[in-house]
Design a protein around this ligand. Structure first.
Ligand code: SF4
Length: 484
Protein backbone atom coordinates (compact mmCIF):
# COMPACT_ATOMS: atom_id res chain seq x y z
CA UNK A 1 0.00 0.00 0.00
CA UNK A 2 2.87 2.37 1.02
CA UNK A 3 4.73 2.04 -2.33
CA UNK A 4 1.64 1.92 -4.54
CA UNK A 5 0.77 5.59 -4.26
CA UNK A 6 4.25 6.92 -5.23
CA UNK A 7 4.29 4.44 -8.12
CA UNK A 8 0.90 5.64 -9.33
CA UNK A 9 2.04 9.26 -9.08
CA UNK A 10 5.18 8.40 -11.03
CA UNK A 11 3.15 6.63 -13.69
CA UNK A 12 0.76 9.55 -13.90
CA UNK A 13 3.66 12.02 -14.19
CA UNK A 14 5.35 9.95 -16.86
CA UNK A 15 2.13 9.74 -18.90
CA UNK A 16 1.67 13.51 -18.67
CA UNK A 17 5.30 14.04 -19.73
CA UNK A 18 4.89 11.61 -22.62
CA UNK A 19 1.74 13.39 -23.77
CA UNK A 20 3.10 16.93 -23.58
CA UNK A 21 6.38 16.09 -25.35
CA UNK A 22 4.71 14.34 -28.28
CA UNK A 23 6.15 16.09 -31.33
CA UNK A 24 2.93 15.97 -33.33
CA UNK A 25 -0.38 17.33 -32.07
CA UNK A 26 -3.04 15.24 -33.78
CA UNK A 27 -5.52 18.14 -33.74
CA UNK A 28 -3.06 20.36 -35.60
CA UNK A 29 -2.26 17.57 -38.06
CA UNK A 30 -5.98 17.03 -38.73
CA UNK A 31 -6.55 20.78 -39.28
CA UNK A 32 -3.65 20.85 -41.74
CA UNK A 33 -5.04 17.84 -43.62
CA UNK A 34 -8.43 19.57 -43.89
CA UNK A 35 -6.73 22.72 -45.18
CA UNK A 36 -4.83 20.74 -47.80
CA UNK A 37 -8.00 19.00 -48.96
CA UNK A 38 -9.72 22.39 -49.44
CA UNK A 39 -6.94 23.89 -51.55
CA UNK A 40 -7.48 24.10 -55.32
CA UNK A 41 -5.41 21.52 -57.24
CA UNK A 42 -3.40 24.27 -58.97
CA UNK A 43 -1.67 25.28 -55.73
CA UNK A 44 -1.04 21.78 -54.36
CA UNK A 45 2.60 22.07 -55.37
CA UNK A 46 5.66 20.56 -53.66
CA UNK A 47 6.49 24.09 -52.46
CA UNK A 48 3.09 24.77 -50.86
CA UNK A 49 3.30 25.40 -47.12
CA UNK A 50 -0.47 25.64 -46.51
CA UNK A 51 -1.85 22.33 -45.36
CA UNK A 52 1.65 21.04 -44.68
CA UNK A 53 3.01 23.29 -42.00
CA UNK A 54 0.50 26.13 -41.59
CA UNK A 55 -3.15 26.88 -42.17
CA UNK A 56 -2.40 30.49 -43.17
CA UNK A 57 -2.86 33.91 -41.60
CA UNK A 58 -5.99 35.19 -39.92
CA UNK A 59 -7.18 38.72 -39.25
CA UNK A 60 -9.87 40.52 -37.29
CA UNK A 61 -12.43 42.87 -38.86
CA UNK A 62 -15.16 45.23 -37.76
CA UNK A 63 -13.64 45.67 -34.31
CA UNK A 64 -11.97 49.10 -34.24
CA UNK A 65 -12.16 50.46 -37.80
CA UNK A 66 -11.12 53.99 -36.92
CA UNK A 67 -7.65 55.41 -37.67
CA UNK A 68 -6.07 58.77 -36.84
CA UNK A 69 -3.76 59.02 -39.86
CA UNK A 70 -4.77 59.48 -43.47
CA UNK A 71 -3.33 57.16 -46.08
CA UNK A 72 -3.59 57.08 -49.86
CA UNK A 73 -4.68 54.46 -50.62
CA UNK A 74 -6.59 53.28 -47.55
CA UNK A 75 -8.16 49.81 -47.58
CA UNK A 76 -10.80 50.77 -45.04
CA UNK A 77 -14.19 51.79 -46.32
CA UNK A 78 -15.27 55.43 -46.20
CA UNK A 79 -17.39 54.97 -43.06
CA UNK A 80 -14.55 53.49 -40.99
CA UNK A 81 -13.69 56.78 -39.30
CA UNK A 82 -17.28 57.38 -38.25
CA UNK A 83 -17.15 54.46 -35.83
CA UNK A 84 -16.25 54.94 -32.17
CA UNK A 85 -13.41 52.82 -30.73
CA UNK A 86 -14.98 50.68 -28.03
CA UNK A 87 -12.92 48.21 -25.98
CA UNK A 88 -15.84 46.04 -24.85
CA UNK A 89 -17.11 45.71 -28.42
CA UNK A 90 -13.60 44.86 -29.65
CA UNK A 91 -13.07 42.13 -27.08
CA UNK A 92 -16.46 40.50 -27.61
CA UNK A 93 -16.15 40.54 -31.41
CA UNK A 94 -12.57 39.28 -31.40
CA UNK A 95 -13.49 36.48 -29.01
CA UNK A 96 -16.33 35.32 -31.27
CA UNK A 97 -14.20 35.57 -34.42
CA UNK A 98 -11.31 33.66 -32.83
CA UNK A 99 -13.66 30.94 -31.58
CA UNK A 100 -14.90 30.33 -35.11
CA UNK A 101 -11.37 30.34 -36.51
CA UNK A 102 -10.29 27.82 -33.88
CA UNK A 103 -13.24 25.59 -34.57
CA UNK A 104 -12.75 25.63 -38.34
CA UNK A 105 -8.97 25.98 -38.70
CA UNK A 106 -7.57 24.14 -35.71
CA UNK A 107 -5.96 24.94 -32.39
CA UNK A 108 -3.01 27.12 -33.50
CA UNK A 109 -2.47 29.90 -36.05
CA UNK A 110 -1.07 33.39 -36.47
CA UNK A 111 -3.73 36.09 -36.28
CA UNK A 112 -3.53 39.80 -36.88
CA UNK A 113 -5.29 42.23 -34.57
CA UNK A 114 -6.17 44.58 -37.35
CA UNK A 115 -8.90 46.98 -38.33
CA UNK A 116 -8.15 50.64 -37.81
CA UNK A 117 -5.33 51.85 -35.59
CA UNK A 118 -4.79 49.44 -32.71
CA UNK A 119 -3.19 52.02 -30.41
CA UNK A 120 -6.50 53.93 -30.28
CA UNK A 121 -7.63 51.10 -28.01
CA UNK A 122 -6.87 51.88 -24.37
CA UNK A 123 -3.83 49.76 -23.37
CA UNK A 124 -5.83 47.57 -20.96
CA UNK A 125 -8.42 46.80 -23.66
CA UNK A 126 -5.66 46.12 -26.17
CA UNK A 127 -3.99 43.76 -23.68
CA UNK A 128 -7.25 41.99 -22.84
CA UNK A 129 -7.92 41.48 -26.57
CA UNK A 130 -4.47 39.96 -27.09
CA UNK A 131 -5.17 37.64 -24.15
CA UNK A 132 -8.47 36.58 -25.74
CA UNK A 133 -6.61 35.75 -28.97
CA UNK A 134 -3.93 33.75 -27.13
CA UNK A 135 -6.63 31.84 -25.25
CA UNK A 136 -7.99 30.75 -28.64
CA UNK A 137 -4.55 29.43 -29.63
CA UNK A 138 -3.81 32.39 -31.86
CA UNK A 139 -0.41 34.08 -31.90
CA UNK A 140 -1.50 37.71 -32.16
CA UNK A 141 0.20 40.53 -34.05
CA UNK A 142 -1.07 44.08 -33.54
CA UNK A 143 -1.22 46.31 -36.62
CA UNK A 144 -0.21 49.91 -36.07
CA UNK A 145 1.12 53.07 -37.66
CA UNK A 146 3.62 53.09 -34.79
CA UNK A 147 2.88 56.70 -33.84
CA UNK A 148 2.49 56.20 -30.10
CA UNK A 149 4.76 56.68 -27.11
CA UNK A 150 6.74 54.32 -24.94
CA UNK A 151 4.30 54.95 -22.09
CA UNK A 152 1.52 53.29 -24.14
CA UNK A 153 3.71 50.29 -24.91
CA UNK A 154 4.66 49.92 -21.26
CA UNK A 155 1.05 50.13 -20.13
CA UNK A 156 0.18 47.47 -22.69
CA UNK A 157 2.94 45.13 -21.54
CA UNK A 158 2.47 45.59 -17.80
CA UNK A 159 -0.66 45.02 -15.76
CA UNK A 160 -2.12 47.61 -13.34
CA UNK A 161 0.06 45.99 -10.63
CA UNK A 162 3.17 46.90 -12.65
CA UNK A 163 3.94 43.24 -13.36
CA UNK A 164 4.68 41.93 -16.87
CA UNK A 165 1.55 40.45 -18.42
CA UNK A 166 3.11 39.28 -21.70
CA UNK A 167 6.38 37.43 -22.30
CA UNK A 168 6.25 38.42 -25.94
CA UNK A 169 4.55 41.04 -28.12
CA UNK A 170 4.29 41.26 -31.89
CA UNK A 171 3.60 44.32 -33.99
CA UNK A 172 3.35 45.06 -37.67
CA UNK A 173 4.19 48.73 -38.08
CA UNK A 174 3.17 50.50 -41.25
CA UNK A 175 5.44 53.23 -42.59
CA UNK A 176 5.29 54.91 -45.96
CA UNK A 177 5.26 58.45 -47.25
CA UNK A 178 1.60 58.28 -48.27
CA UNK A 179 0.52 58.30 -44.62
CA UNK A 180 -0.37 61.82 -43.56
CA UNK A 181 -0.65 63.17 -40.03
CA UNK A 182 2.20 61.40 -38.23
CA UNK A 183 3.40 63.52 -35.32
CA UNK A 184 6.54 65.44 -36.26
CA UNK A 185 6.24 64.65 -39.97
CA UNK A 186 2.77 65.62 -41.14
CA UNK A 187 3.51 65.03 -44.85
CA UNK A 188 6.73 63.03 -45.36
CA UNK A 189 8.64 64.40 -48.38
CA UNK A 190 10.16 60.99 -49.09
CA UNK A 191 10.72 57.55 -47.56
CA UNK A 192 14.16 58.44 -46.21
CA UNK A 193 12.62 61.18 -44.05
CA UNK A 194 10.65 58.46 -42.22
CA UNK A 195 13.76 56.52 -41.20
CA UNK A 196 14.06 58.20 -37.76
CA UNK A 197 10.43 57.20 -37.11
CA UNK A 198 11.10 53.61 -38.19
CA UNK A 199 14.09 53.61 -35.89
CA UNK A 200 12.14 55.17 -33.02
CA UNK A 201 9.46 52.49 -33.17
CA UNK A 202 11.97 49.61 -33.21
CA UNK A 203 13.93 51.26 -30.38
CA UNK A 204 10.78 51.37 -28.20
CA UNK A 205 10.42 47.59 -28.42
CA UNK A 206 14.13 47.09 -27.69
CA UNK A 207 13.75 49.32 -24.63
CA UNK A 208 10.74 47.33 -23.46
CA UNK A 209 12.81 44.16 -23.63
CA UNK A 210 15.65 45.81 -21.70
CA UNK A 211 13.35 47.33 -19.07
CA UNK A 212 10.90 44.48 -18.58
CA UNK A 213 12.19 41.38 -20.38
CA UNK A 214 9.38 41.32 -22.96
CA UNK A 215 10.53 39.53 -26.13
CA UNK A 216 9.21 40.93 -29.40
CA UNK A 217 8.72 40.40 -33.10
CA UNK A 218 8.26 43.42 -35.32
CA UNK A 219 7.40 43.54 -39.00
CA UNK A 220 7.75 46.58 -41.24
CA UNK A 221 4.83 47.14 -43.62
CA UNK A 222 4.82 49.45 -46.60
CA UNK A 223 2.39 50.19 -49.41
CA UNK A 224 4.11 50.53 -52.78
CA UNK A 225 2.82 52.71 -55.60
CA UNK A 226 4.59 54.12 -58.65
CA UNK A 227 5.26 57.13 -56.41
CA UNK A 228 7.63 55.32 -54.03
CA UNK A 229 8.62 52.24 -56.02
CA UNK A 230 12.19 53.42 -56.57
CA UNK A 231 12.58 54.12 -52.83
CA UNK A 232 11.87 50.54 -51.72
CA UNK A 233 15.51 49.44 -52.02
CA UNK A 234 16.66 52.41 -49.95
CA UNK A 235 14.15 51.62 -47.18
CA UNK A 236 15.52 48.08 -46.92
CA UNK A 237 19.15 49.17 -47.00
CA UNK A 238 18.57 51.85 -44.35
CA UNK A 239 16.31 49.82 -42.04
CA UNK A 240 17.44 46.19 -42.23
CA UNK A 241 19.43 46.37 -39.01
CA UNK A 242 16.87 48.32 -36.96
CA UNK A 243 15.32 45.17 -35.49
CA UNK A 244 12.50 44.39 -37.95
CA UNK A 245 12.33 40.67 -38.61
CA UNK A 246 10.07 41.00 -41.60
CA UNK A 247 9.73 43.54 -44.41
CA UNK A 248 6.34 43.25 -46.04
CA UNK A 249 5.40 45.22 -49.14
CA UNK A 250 1.91 45.66 -50.52
CA UNK A 251 1.65 46.91 -54.11
CA UNK A 252 -1.37 49.23 -53.95
CA UNK A 253 -4.73 47.94 -55.13
CA UNK A 254 -7.96 49.75 -55.91
CA UNK A 255 -9.58 48.61 -52.69
CA UNK A 256 -11.33 50.39 -49.83
CA UNK A 257 -12.02 54.12 -49.74
CA UNK A 258 -12.16 55.25 -53.40
CA UNK A 259 -11.70 58.91 -52.33
CA UNK A 260 -8.11 57.96 -51.55
CA UNK A 261 -7.13 56.38 -54.86
CA UNK A 262 -4.57 58.83 -56.13
CA UNK A 263 -2.38 57.13 -58.73
CA UNK A 264 -2.23 54.59 -61.55
CA UNK A 265 -1.25 51.84 -59.14
CA UNK A 266 -0.87 49.10 -61.72
CA UNK A 267 2.52 50.47 -62.84
CA UNK A 268 3.94 49.07 -59.58
CA UNK A 269 3.69 45.50 -60.86
CA UNK A 270 4.60 42.56 -58.63
CA UNK A 271 7.74 41.92 -60.69
CA UNK A 272 8.81 45.56 -60.48
CA UNK A 273 8.27 45.64 -56.69
CA UNK A 274 10.10 42.34 -56.19
CA UNK A 275 13.04 43.58 -58.28
CA UNK A 276 13.28 46.61 -55.98
CA UNK A 277 13.16 44.40 -52.89
CA UNK A 278 16.01 42.34 -54.36
CA UNK A 279 17.97 45.50 -55.07
CA UNK A 280 17.54 46.51 -51.42
CA UNK A 281 18.48 43.09 -50.08
CA UNK A 282 21.45 42.91 -52.45
CA UNK A 283 20.54 39.33 -53.35
CA UNK A 284 18.32 37.30 -55.60
CA UNK A 285 15.22 36.37 -53.60
CA UNK A 286 13.79 33.00 -54.57
CA UNK A 287 10.03 33.33 -53.97
CA UNK A 288 9.15 29.93 -55.36
CA UNK A 289 10.97 27.62 -52.97
CA UNK A 290 8.30 28.11 -50.26
CA UNK A 291 4.80 28.96 -51.48
CA UNK A 292 2.03 30.53 -49.39
CA UNK A 293 -1.32 30.01 -51.12
CA UNK A 294 -1.29 31.46 -54.65
CA UNK A 295 1.93 32.97 -55.96
CA UNK A 296 -0.06 35.74 -57.63
CA UNK A 297 -1.04 36.87 -54.12
CA UNK A 298 2.04 36.15 -52.04
CA UNK A 299 5.78 36.03 -52.52
CA UNK A 300 7.95 35.15 -49.54
CA UNK A 301 11.72 34.74 -49.13
CA UNK A 302 13.07 33.46 -45.80
CA UNK A 303 16.63 34.22 -44.84
CA UNK A 304 18.98 36.06 -42.57
CA UNK A 305 21.53 38.85 -42.55
CA UNK A 306 25.10 38.28 -41.54
CA UNK A 307 26.47 41.79 -41.27
CA UNK A 308 25.15 43.74 -44.24
CA UNK A 309 24.51 40.74 -46.50
CA UNK A 310 21.35 38.72 -46.75
CA UNK A 311 21.43 34.94 -47.32
CA UNK A 312 18.51 32.61 -48.13
CA UNK A 313 17.43 29.91 -45.72
CA UNK A 314 16.98 27.58 -48.70
CA UNK A 315 18.57 27.67 -52.13
CA UNK A 316 15.85 26.56 -54.52
CA UNK A 317 18.52 25.70 -57.15
CA UNK A 318 20.19 23.20 -54.85
CA UNK A 319 18.35 19.82 -54.85
CA UNK A 320 19.76 19.06 -51.38
CA UNK A 321 18.08 22.18 -49.95
CA UNK A 322 14.85 21.24 -51.70
CA UNK A 323 15.09 17.76 -50.16
CA UNK A 324 15.66 19.37 -46.74
CA UNK A 325 12.51 21.48 -47.22
CA UNK A 326 10.51 18.39 -48.15
CA UNK A 327 11.80 16.55 -45.08
CA UNK A 328 10.80 19.50 -42.87
CA UNK A 329 7.31 19.57 -44.43
CA UNK A 330 6.98 15.83 -43.84
CA UNK A 331 8.31 15.57 -40.31
CA UNK A 332 7.11 18.86 -38.83
CA UNK A 333 3.57 18.30 -40.09
CA UNK A 334 1.36 18.88 -37.03
CA UNK A 335 4.12 20.29 -34.86
CA UNK A 336 3.67 23.65 -33.12
CA UNK A 337 6.64 26.03 -32.94
CA UNK A 338 5.46 29.56 -32.14
CA UNK A 339 4.92 30.27 -28.48
CA UNK A 340 6.24 26.85 -27.37
CA UNK A 341 8.74 27.22 -24.48
CA UNK A 342 12.30 26.42 -25.71
CA UNK A 343 12.84 23.47 -23.35
CA UNK A 344 9.57 21.85 -24.34
CA UNK A 345 10.35 22.40 -28.03
CA UNK A 346 13.79 20.81 -27.53
CA UNK A 347 12.19 17.76 -25.89
CA UNK A 348 9.73 17.38 -28.76
CA UNK A 349 12.48 17.74 -31.35
CA UNK A 350 14.58 15.16 -29.51
CA UNK A 351 11.72 12.67 -29.68
CA UNK A 352 11.22 13.45 -33.36
CA UNK A 353 14.90 12.75 -34.06
CA UNK A 354 14.72 9.48 -32.16
CA UNK A 355 11.83 8.46 -34.38
CA UNK A 356 13.43 9.79 -37.60
CA UNK A 357 17.22 9.69 -37.12
CA UNK A 358 17.73 10.69 -40.77
CA UNK A 359 16.65 14.21 -39.74
CA UNK A 360 20.02 14.71 -38.02
CA UNK A 361 21.98 14.13 -41.22
CA UNK A 362 19.55 16.32 -43.20
CA UNK A 363 19.92 19.17 -40.68
CA UNK A 364 23.70 18.82 -40.50
CA UNK A 365 23.94 18.90 -44.30
CA UNK A 366 21.74 21.98 -44.53
CA UNK A 367 23.73 23.74 -41.79
CA UNK A 368 27.05 22.95 -43.49
CA UNK A 369 25.79 24.38 -46.78
CA UNK A 370 24.46 27.48 -44.99
CA UNK A 371 27.82 28.09 -43.30
CA UNK A 372 29.64 27.59 -46.62
CA UNK A 373 27.34 30.09 -48.34
CA UNK A 374 28.12 32.74 -45.75
CA UNK A 375 31.79 31.86 -45.32
CA UNK A 376 33.56 31.22 -42.02
CA UNK A 377 35.48 34.47 -42.23
CA UNK A 378 32.35 36.58 -42.60
CA UNK A 379 30.68 34.66 -39.78
CA UNK A 380 33.66 35.20 -37.49
CA UNK A 381 33.85 38.90 -38.41
CA UNK A 382 30.20 39.23 -37.33
CA UNK A 383 30.55 37.32 -34.08
CA UNK A 384 28.76 34.26 -35.53
CA UNK A 385 25.54 36.24 -35.39
CA UNK A 386 22.77 35.90 -37.97
CA UNK A 387 19.65 38.10 -37.96
CA UNK A 388 16.61 36.37 -39.44
CA UNK A 389 14.78 38.68 -41.87
CA UNK A 390 11.93 37.60 -44.14
CA UNK A 391 10.84 39.51 -47.23
CA UNK A 392 7.18 39.38 -48.18
CA UNK A 393 5.05 40.85 -50.92
CA UNK A 394 1.28 40.65 -50.66
CA UNK A 395 -0.73 41.79 -53.66
CA UNK A 396 -4.34 42.52 -52.74
CA UNK A 397 -6.81 42.43 -55.61
CA UNK A 398 -8.90 45.31 -56.89
CA UNK A 399 -12.44 45.54 -55.55
CA UNK A 400 -13.92 45.51 -59.05
CA UNK A 401 -12.29 42.13 -59.74
CA UNK A 402 -13.17 40.55 -56.40
CA UNK A 403 -16.88 41.40 -56.23
CA UNK A 404 -18.10 39.49 -59.35
CA UNK A 405 -15.77 36.56 -58.71
CA UNK A 406 -17.02 36.19 -55.14
CA UNK A 407 -20.65 36.52 -56.18
CA UNK A 408 -20.24 33.54 -58.53
CA UNK A 409 -18.38 31.54 -55.88
CA UNK A 410 -21.21 32.08 -53.43
CA UNK A 411 -23.53 30.54 -56.00
CA UNK A 412 -21.10 27.64 -56.48
CA UNK A 413 -20.29 28.70 -60.05
CA UNK A 414 -16.92 28.72 -61.78
CA UNK A 415 -16.48 31.69 -64.08
CA UNK A 416 -15.97 31.15 -67.79
CA UNK A 417 -14.19 34.48 -68.18
CA UNK A 418 -10.45 33.73 -67.67
CA UNK A 419 -9.81 36.87 -65.60
CA UNK A 420 -12.71 36.26 -63.24
CA UNK A 421 -11.68 32.61 -62.99
CA UNK A 422 -8.13 33.64 -62.07
CA UNK A 423 -9.57 35.79 -59.28
CA UNK A 424 -11.65 32.85 -58.08
CA UNK A 425 -8.55 30.63 -58.03
CA UNK A 426 -6.73 33.16 -55.89
CA UNK A 427 -9.65 33.55 -53.50
CA UNK A 428 -9.96 29.78 -53.17
CA UNK A 429 -6.27 29.51 -52.20
CA UNK A 430 -6.37 32.55 -49.92
CA UNK A 431 -3.68 32.81 -47.26
CA UNK A 432 -5.43 35.52 -45.24
CA UNK A 433 -8.76 34.64 -43.68
CA UNK A 434 -11.40 36.53 -41.69
CA UNK A 435 -14.25 35.01 -39.71
CA UNK A 436 -17.97 35.83 -39.56
CA UNK A 437 -19.42 34.21 -36.45
CA UNK A 438 -22.89 35.60 -37.24
CA UNK A 439 -23.27 33.16 -40.14
CA UNK A 440 -20.36 30.78 -39.55
CA UNK A 441 -18.47 31.74 -42.72
CA UNK A 442 -14.78 32.36 -43.35
CA UNK A 443 -13.86 34.81 -46.08
CA UNK A 444 -10.64 35.98 -47.79
CA UNK A 445 -9.48 39.43 -46.64
CA UNK A 446 -9.93 40.69 -50.22
CA UNK A 447 -13.63 39.82 -49.99
CA UNK A 448 -13.88 41.43 -46.58
CA UNK A 449 -12.44 44.74 -47.83
CA UNK A 450 -13.99 44.72 -51.31
CA UNK A 451 -17.47 43.40 -50.56
CA UNK A 452 -18.29 43.26 -46.86
CA UNK A 453 -16.54 46.20 -45.15
CA UNK A 454 -18.79 48.97 -46.46
CA UNK A 455 -22.02 47.40 -45.14
CA UNK A 456 -20.33 46.33 -41.93
CA UNK A 457 -19.06 49.83 -41.20
CA UNK A 458 -22.44 51.40 -41.90
CA UNK A 459 -23.93 49.03 -39.29
CA UNK A 460 -21.07 49.77 -36.88
CA UNK A 461 -21.60 53.47 -37.35
CA UNK A 462 -25.11 53.02 -35.99
CA UNK A 463 -23.97 50.69 -33.20
CA UNK A 464 -20.98 52.77 -32.09
CA UNK A 465 -21.69 56.38 -33.08
CA UNK A 466 -19.07 59.06 -32.48
CA UNK A 467 -19.73 61.28 -29.51
CA UNK A 468 -20.36 64.88 -30.50
CA UNK A 469 -18.33 67.44 -28.54
CA UNK A 470 -19.74 70.93 -28.23
CA UNK A 471 -16.50 72.93 -28.21
CA UNK A 472 -17.71 75.50 -30.69
CA UNK A 473 -14.26 75.30 -32.25
CA UNK A 474 -15.24 73.96 -35.66
CA UNK A 475 -18.68 73.23 -36.98
CA UNK A 476 -19.10 69.48 -37.28
CA UNK A 477 -15.94 68.59 -35.35
CA UNK A 478 -16.13 65.54 -33.11
CA UNK A 479 -14.24 64.08 -30.21
CA UNK A 480 -12.95 61.32 -32.41
CA UNK A 481 -11.20 63.45 -34.97
CA UNK A 482 -11.14 63.52 -38.76
CA UNK A 483 -13.48 61.59 -40.96
CA UNK A 484 -10.87 60.31 -43.35
S1 SF4 B 1 -6.46 38.39 -49.19
FE1 SF4 B 1 -6.69 38.44 -51.42
S2 SF4 B 1 -4.65 38.84 -52.21
FE2 SF4 B 1 -4.42 38.16 -50.08
S3 SF4 B 1 -4.08 35.95 -50.19
FE3 SF4 B 1 -6.27 36.28 -49.94
S4 SF4 B 1 -7.11 36.32 -52.02
FE4 SF4 B 1 -4.91 36.61 -52.19
Amino acid sequence: MGTRRPLATLRHGWRAFERVTRPVDERIAAALDRRWAELPDGVKTPEQVLGRHAVGCEGTHGVFPKCDLKCTPCYHSRDANQVRVDGAHTMAEVEAQMALLRERRGPVAHAQLIGGEVSLLPPDDHAATLAVMRAAGREPMSFTHGDFDYAYLERLALGPDGRRRFDRLSFAAHFDKFMYGRRGIERPPDERALNPYRQRFAAMLARLRRDHGVAYFIAHNMTVTPGNLDEVAGVIRDSHAMGYRMFSFQPAAFLGDERRWKEHYRAATPDAVWAEIERGAGARLDWRVVQHGDLRCNRVAYGYYVGRRWFPLLDGDDPRDVAARDAAYRHFHGMAFTGVPPLLLAARLARLVVRHPGLLATTAGWLTRAVRRVGLLRLARNGFRARPVTFVMHQFMDAEAVAPAWELMRRGETATDPEVRATQERLAACNYTMAHPEDGTLVPACVQHAVLDPGENIALRRLLPLVEVRTGARPGSTAAGHDG
